[in-house]
Ligand binder design. Sequence first.
Ligand code: SF4
Length: 456
Amino acid sequence: MRFFPDLAAAALIAACAQAAPAPAASAQRAVAVVAGGCFWCTEADFDKLPGVLSTTSGYTGGKVANPTYEQVSGGDTGHIEALRIVYDPSKTSYAKLVAHLLRTVDPLDLGGQFCDRGYQYRSAVFVADAHQRRIAQASKARAAAVLKKPVATLILPAANFYLAEDYHQDYYKKNSTKYRFYRWNCGRDKRLAEVWGGKNKRARPTRLRSWRHTQRLDWAKFRDPLVTAKGERRAHVALDHLETLWINTGTLCNLTCRNCYIESSPTNDALVYLSLAEVEAYLDEAQRLGTREIGFTGGEPFMNRDAIPMIRSALERGFDVLVLTNAMRPMRRFDEQIGALLLDFRDRLTMRVSLDHYSKAVHEAERGPGSWDKAIDGLRWLAAHNAQLAVAGRHMVGEGEAQARAGYARLFDGLGVAIGAFDPSRWCCSRKWTQLPTCRRSPRPAGASSECRRAR
Ligand code: SF4
């Protein structure tokens, strides 16, 4: 399980678990209890099954009454994160549910599930009677035969089921972006594809390439937001100021650049999509914290259909807004709406366009054929609509800073776009993306110098 702090941190941990009486079974309702590692994922995997009426996340199998999430994830309670499923026996069966569990876990794993380690994350079937036990044993034997390896999924007697905190119920629905990020990082679907491969229609190889930097992290160390892997209280620093809130609108992009920091592409939907409602909740917090600026990035922010209302909402609340875009077709779909934003909020809205280099050849080597002309068209369009502009560029290995800035200056002059390319104090290391100074393109007599301000 992962913890994702909100801006003001904390406040997310809900009340203690409560013992939950099992719902009464009837001809239309029956109950199964299973464990598949993180219960956020188990719930998501079972909610979509036909015949499942409801699911509840909780803890079971241990000796501690009314355990908290912190206690269970700490591993000393004997409880396992589990899911109670109420289903309609006329539409599905206990056998189908157990088979579904085995196909949505790594049944070979003795030490937990995926990135969640420890007994509390073991896969298990909690059987209520001899009939359920026989079905579970048969299903386990079938899985072992298919995989040709012993199956480690536990078959345990049903026990008191304690509801998990409200925060955990329907987590995948209430926090879809965080949930998807967690699931991706945990490597669940990747491992399912490895274990079950073509034997499992549900386990498809993830479309996501690994996010190299985060994959190096030992996520087990960050399981608990308050306590380290060694059981020590984490140090913390109070948040007293937030200058800029960056909002990642999603990882989808119309391009697949070779060195994209987040491996965006037309199919990388690991972070798709932050909604307007979610952004407004963050903006509420940012207002309370006195934040000055909201930055929008991605992926390409304009791949998110809520991009314009998100930007407008931030501007209407009085924030300065900085949008990072490749200025290509996704942005141009919104010409009219962006034009309206520029009319209403030009002084507080900055569009930062990514140009990988001042030459078409190098830019397209990174970004793909055909990417240059469209980006330049977008840059020109923004300039023609008096947008406050910045450009993110970089210089090549063996190319000096002065040479690169001179190249960008020539480009901007040739385009008639007023962006100052010379500001050595804003230039950083070789081969890094660098933001060039922002210039206000205010109406002025031909030949007058532009009024520039430093990039943020
Ligand atoms: S345009 Fe930006 S977000 Fe899209 S792939 Fe390239 S670097 Fe990544």
